[in-house]
Design a protein around this ligand. Structure first.
Ligand code: PEP
Length: 257
């Protein structure tokens, strides 16, 4: 069986001043003791802090930095936007794309996300691609179809080699920032379905290699159970990643296998 990476990813969203961000990162980094080289910790921080954060973690093995978005054009007259090339030039490792907050507030479409992903991959960075259904879709038990469309329209344009540079984060919208977590059964079921979608299109090897994270109110007290599921390879964590002790426990919950 192929061993895939287990990942704890912090999404700080639009929080913290530079002083607070430095303090939080330093507090966590000194206590992150990754003994398993298959584990990776990702900090998705606001744009203005990327360089500073990269500098602070550069000697740390398996701790990497992510941007929370980038623009869908290569360069040019797009005042206020940030390109993938710029992110790569300051040492960014991952770019989070398709977060439900961006889909909702900034009307990002599946097609636009493909353009962004292409640019991120062209610039030799990796992607954390977020997908997940709203509450009414879950209530109608249509979540697998909904997520299938998101994945088909955004990811299936890529080659198998490119897919290996993409991590999927399944985040049911009704569980984000609400304190409501999907049950482990609900989460494992859809993670398994997502892996099957990838397998059907790209084959077993790519599907088994792909890390699929769960996001939606992951906390210190539920991470272990979620991460123990066969198809859940870690978490994308919002609120709890702003509290050092919480996020450190979440990292410790990554399983060894
Ligand atoms: C997120 O925004 O990706 C997220 C999962 O947030 P929270 O952990 O706060 O639900």
């Amino acid at each position: 069986m192929m061993i895939r990476k287990k990942i704890a990813a912090a999404n700080w969203k639009m929080n913290l001043t530079l002083t607070q961000a430095n303090e939080l990162l330093d507090n966590m980094v000194k206590d992150i003791a990754l003994t398993n080289l298959n584990h990776e910790v990702v900090f998705a921080v606001p744009f203005p802090y990327l360089s500073a954060m990269k500098e602070r973690i550069k000697s740390q093995k398996n701790i990497v930095i992510a941007a929370q978005n980038c623009y869908s054009k290569k360069s040019g007259a797009y005042t206020g936007e940030i390109s993938a090339e710029m992110l790569a030039s300051v040492g960014v490792d991952f770019v989070v794309l398709g977060h439900s907050e961006r889909r909702e507030y900034f009307v990002e479409t599946n097609a636009q996300l493909t353009e962004k992903m292409q640019l991120v991959l062209d610039n030799k960075m990796k992607v954390i691609f977020c997908c997940g259904e709203p509450l009414h879709v879950r209530e109608a038990n249509q979540q697998n179809e909904f997520v299938h469309t998101q994945i088909q329209e955004s990811l299936f344009a890529f080659t198998p080699e490119q897919l290996t540079q993409i991590v999927i984060a399944y985040e049911p919208i009704w569980a984000i920032g609400t304190g409501k977590t999907a049950t482990t059964e609900q989460a494992e079921d859809i993670h398994q379905a997502i892996r099957a979608m990838i397998e059907k299109k790209y084959g077993t090897q790519v599907a088994q290699q792909m890390s699929i994270l769960y996001g939606g109110s992951v906390k210190a007290n539920n991470a272990k159970e979620l991460f123990a599921c066969a198809n859940i390879d870690g978490g994308l964590v919002g609120g709890a990643s702003l509290i050092a002790a919480e996020f450190l426990s979440i990292i410790k919950a990554l399983p060894d296998l």
